[in-house]
Design a binder for this molecule. Sequence first.
Ligand code: THU
Length: 136
Amino acid sequence: MPKNTISANLRKKLEQAAIRVMKNAHAPYSHFHVGAAILLTNGKIVSGCNVENASYGMTNCAERTAIFTAVAQLGPKIEIQAVAVTNDHGVACSPCGACRQVIYEFGPDATIFFQGSAGPKQAHITELLPEGFRLQ
Ligand code: THU
């Protein structure tokens, strides 16, 4: 899978969108606010935050909020070029397994920007999710 390249400017814009949306997070249980922004191949940026629930398993991560919002706004033909993930603790935070699979559905060539254990990191979705599931 070829790696798509995102300019430093665009990466910054995407990360800023992710930081901005963190303030809307509903995270009264974990107190861990997460923001995600997705860059679509048509140049649009859509963002989302985590939305927790008293029934913890109903929580929606920031990444999936952003992707589901984009589908609701723009339809199912969206193509994700890149995703940026930020959190308000400044700690390592890569997309969870469920979000990786959802990113892969709409972005099999997506680049993911996130905080790794050794600082800011970028990875191709297939590095984070080898052998992602697709229905042919
Ligand atoms: N969370 C995200 O929104 N995205 C991630 O990549 C990791 C975790 C949220 C889920 C939950 O609301 C909180 O962070 C703590 O797990």
